[in-house]
Design a protein around this ligand. Structure first.
Ligand code: XIL
Length: 375
């Protein structure tokens, strides 16, 4: 999509989300649902519950684990969106310059499509998990390598990815740019160059900036807010901000919802992209509830992805931050999330008080041809 106007232009698509609706409906019928008294629309899986308000509920996965029966069964039962925990990163997809390897990513996409799940893409450009050959590049060689990487990966998966994390973790705590090789070699313009390249390679994907430590109104989220404001004013193709949300039970969530809301008010979609919360029991469950309630309270919050679903395979190996224990049993936090999703206002009442649809929503969403805000 070429940007011809300097005003924020809705871009992005929801092609896959139609199939999520179908699967959610089938899931509801197949499982009988209605686990909660009095609420006819209460669903009994995370994905189906999220779909009731036009949202997705996803998880990061390792495609190499899909052969484990309990892993695949839990994934297929509960989630309507997936993202690769590692398999679409630069080191995995372009281990040698110009030599692309899409085996893990293709396997993930194939599985998602067979289950009617959405797919998030993570991540095109990041200072971490770069292959060794990238780290040695300088100046225009690095710029060209970045652009070729985006073209190669986003081009390969074009039409199959709902949202791409185009750029990951480019800000410091104080709101300034992280002094990565990309920042130092390419200068301030590298982030918008990455977004323009992603837009050219996959014009229909929702393009996200993604970061951690942005779980409230703080100096870091302020810096990102200013970047998004600037990008929208200048027509740089950004559609979305991802909030990783790697948290602990005692994390300060007092301005979490307000922070999501201020980004949504700018005219971008917001997504919770890598949620996991250390701890256990009701403290952990309450924090999960707070985050889920915040997303469903913000009209522009499209969905939540947790960073793995079983404590058996969490990247936080010394903690138990996920919704299923190591034996795939539902934890207290699972119930808190499901309740909060089921308590959300149903899709279809998302229009603004003046009767117009929110300006950032893609046409398919506004017109009800997507599960998002379907009328
Ligand atoms: C992590 C994976 O979970 C680990 O398996 C890997 O060893 C390192 O990366 N922020 C991100 C994710 O954006 O890509 C990271 O994933 C976790 C922090």
């Amino acid at each position: 999509m070429s940007l011809t106007s300097s005003s924020p232009t809705p871009r992005g698509r929801r092609r896959v989300r139609a199939s999520v609706a179908a699967v959610a409906t089938v899931g509801l019928a197949a499982t009988g649902v209605i686990a909660f008294s009095g609420t006819a629309r209460a669903a009994d899986t995370l994905g189906a519950a999220a779909a009731e308000s036009g949202r997705y509920f996803g998880t990061a996965i390792g495609p190499h684990l899909l052969g484990e029966a309990d892993y695949a069964a839990t994934l297929n039962q509960e989630f309507n969106s997936v993202v690769a925990e590692n398999d679409m990163k630069w080191d995995a997809t372009e281990p040698s310059q110009g030599q692309f390897n899409f085996s893990g990513g293709d396997r993930l996409v194939e599985h998602a499509q067979s289950q009617g799940m959405e797919v998030r893409g993570h991540t095109l450009v990041w200072h971490a998990q770069q292959p060794g050959w990238v780290q040695g590049l300088t100046g225009d060689s690095l710029r060209q390598a970045m652009l070729d990487h985006i073209d190669g990966v986003a081009g390969h998966f074009a039409g199959q990815i709902d949202s791409w994390d185009v750029v990951n973790e480019a800000f410091e705590w104080d709101g300034s740019r992280r002094q990565s090789n990309l920042q130092q070699q390419l200068g301030d313009g590298w982030i918008e160059e990455a977004f323009r390249a992603a837009d050219a390679a996959d014009p229909d994907a929702t393009l996200c900036y993604n970061d951690y430590g942005t779980d409230g109104i703080n100096a870091k989220s302020d810096g990102i807010y200013r970047m998004v404001e600037d990008f929208l004013a200048r027509g740089v193709p950004i559609d979305c901000v991802g909030f990783q949300s790697h948290l602990d039970s005692n994390s300060d969530l007092s301005s979490y919802q307000q922070n999501l809301q201020r980004f949504a008010d700018l005219g971008v979609e917001v997504q919770i992209t890598e949620l996991d919360i250390g701890g256990s029991g009701s403290a952990q469950a309450n924090a999960y509830r707070t985050v889920t309630e915040a997303c469903v309270a913000v009209q522009g919050c499209a969905g939540i992805t947790i960073w793995g679903f079983t404590d058996k395979y969490s990247w936080r190996a010394d903690d138990t931050p996920l919704l299923f224990d190591t034996n795939y049993q539902k934890k207290e936090a699972y119930g808190a999330v499901l309740d909060a999703l089921n308590a959300a206002a149903p899709a279809g009442d998302g229009d603004q008080e003046d009767g117009t649809a929110s300006s950032y929503l893609p046409a398919a969403w506004r017109e009800g041809t997507s599960t998002h805000r379907a009328t």
